[in-house]
Design a protein around this ligand. Structure first.
Ligand SMILES: Cc1cc2nc3c(=O)[nH]c(=O)nc-3n(C[C@H](O)[C@H](O)[C@H](O)COP(=O)(O)OP(=O)(O)OC[C@H]3O[C@@H](n4cnc5c(N)ncnc54)[C@H](O)[C@@H]3O)c2cc1C
Length: 438
């Protein structure tokens, strides 16, 4: 590498700008107030506005500075847990609700993109999960079989097929889920914002919600330089939930995920690596995920350390991963590096909460929020508009803060180290241990 990569995200460097949005500087009123302008919040706002109801969104930062503007843009169907396990663990009814909702989530993403003409380099040719060890293959085959039984367009991949689709001989095989795809994540987010505003939503940025109280029959939220009175409030703050909503903040553990983007690949490599435009997640415990962007850059992410935020200190682990995928990628200059926080839940599932009448929250996508947060936003909008909880096809759970949450960062750090070591032992890969400066 000759020059160090830029310390901003590829997505902000390659996305059409959004017009500047106002700050909240007065007292306002709306039927629904959404706090947080990521996919959850903007999908909620769009669906409320499309129903012809008044909605205001408060965003603490610039639009896209949360996970939704920083992620890998992989549109992944399904949850971390397989459909059969969900049915066993939560019963047939709730298990199939969770499975169906997560299975349909990519349809919602691509439908919104089509319906609102969102220009975000959307490609829907599939998401692949590929094994770095023979030991992982039976589990991947069972996963594909469970989805195939439920009618999904999936296929098991041999090592040869995986090599043809990725241009890499690193993988022993795996499966492809053709319901998945990729988007330019920030362009998708800005497109949702434009669509919501065209439908009547008002979005205020640099306007953190700071205090929530009962007012009349609804809620008052003080924030920015003003306040909003609303009948219903939706908390859509995921990994970026702050102390203003401390119980909710303590329901998730946040871990950093760091990405790099190479320079555009030369035509020869471009024709060999991911020629079909699919995206990949591997089966390492600290998973590595990659895809191409619209200019043929390889964008690769893996877990980072807390000291790597907002700007990665080192990209050694990424350079190593690129080399393992394809030796020639080691010679490609890295042009961008950036990171963000992922919210993990104790049970590995996203949660919809309704802690009080008219107060809703949706979060905890465990690294699969592009599709699922969009779907959660629609669920929250339907509920905020008065649809009975029983007809939502998604369970509502009580807010249960994690005990000793203050130690979770320490525990996450120790776990990351341990998982790195296990990955190294299992695959024989000498992936460098990540420093943890924080
Ligand atoms: C590096 C990285 C890579 C990822 N890759 C993928 C991927 O490829 N595929 C996938 O499916 N998922 C991926 N994810 C996860 C995905 O990005 C998230 O699950 C998803 O974006 C969550 O959306 P959200 O709207 O719930 O939260 P966010 O997009 O994080 O939005 C929450 C917003 O709330 C705001 N906020 C917080 N507190 C307040 C307050 N008090 N007042 C007002 N606003 C507030 C924040 O500023 C933030 O903008 C990745 C995440 C990261 C960080």
């Amino acid at each position: 590498m000759t020059t160090p990569p830029a310390t901003g995200s590829l997505w902000s460097a390659t996305c059409a700008p959004l017009e500047p949005l106002p700050r909240l500087l007065a007292e306002r009123r709306a039927e629904v107030l959404v706090i947080g302008a990521g996919y959850t919040g903007l999908s909620a706002a769009l669906h409320v506005a499309e129903a012809g109801r008044e909605v205001i969104v408060l965003e603490a930062r610039e639009l896209g500075e949360g996970g939704s503007g920083l992620n890998g843009g992989q549109v992944i169907p399904g949850l971390k847990h397989d459909p059969d396990l969900l049915a066993v663990r939560y019963g047939e009814r709730i298990g199939s609700q969770l499975t169906a909702c997560s299975a349909q989530a990519p349809d919602l993403v691509f439908d919104l993109i089509g319906r609102h003409s969102i220009e975000c380099d959307a490609v829907r040719t599939g998401w692949m999960q590929l094994a770095v060890s023979e030991k992982h293959l039976p589990g991947l085959r069972r996963r594909a079989e469970q989805w195939r039984r439920r009618g999904a367009d999936v296929a098991v991949l041999s090592d040869r097929e995986a090599a043809q689709l990725t241009g890499s001989t690193r993988y022993c095989g795996g499966w492809i889920d053709r319901r998945g795809g990729v988007v330019q994540p920030l362009a998708y987010l800005r497109g949702l914002a434009r669509a919501a505003m065209r439908s009547g939503a008002r979005i205020f940025t640099h306007s953190p919600a700071m205090a929530l109280s009962r007012a009349g029959g609804g809620w008052r939220v003080a924030g920015g330089g003003g306040s909003v009175d609303a009948q219903a409030v939706i908390l859509a703050t995921d990994a970026y939930t702050d102390a203003a909503f401390d119980d909710l903040r303590r329901t998730v553990v946040t871990v950093p995920s760091i990405q790099v983007a190479t320079a555009p690949l030369p035509a020869r490599l471009r024709a060999a690596i991911l020629p079909g435009g699919q995206s990949v997640s591997d089966t390492q415990r600290l998973l590595c995920y990659f895809r191409l962007d619209a200019s043929g850059r390889l964008v690769l992410g893996t877990r980072g350390s807390y000291g790597d935020l907002p700007v990665p200190v080192t990209t050694t682990a990424h350079e190593h991963a690129l080399r393992e995928i394809h030796p020639e990628l080691a010679r490609m200059p890295l042009e961008y590096r950036w990171g963000g926080l992922v919210a993990l839940t104790r049970d590995g599932l996203p949660h919809l909460h309704e802690p009080a009448p008219g107060l809703l929250a949706g979060l905890g996508y465990n690294g699969r929020g592009v599709a699922m947060a969009t779907a959660m936003g629609r669920l929250l909008a339907r509920r905020a508009l008065g649809e009975p909880a029983e007809s939502l096809e998604f369970p509502s759970t009580p807010i249960r803060p994690i005990r000793l949450h203050g130690l979770s960062r320490l525990a996450a750090r120790a776990t990351i180290r341990c998982l790195q070591l296990l990955d190294t032992l299992e695959t024989g890969s000498r992936r460098p241990l990540q420093r943890d400066a924080a």
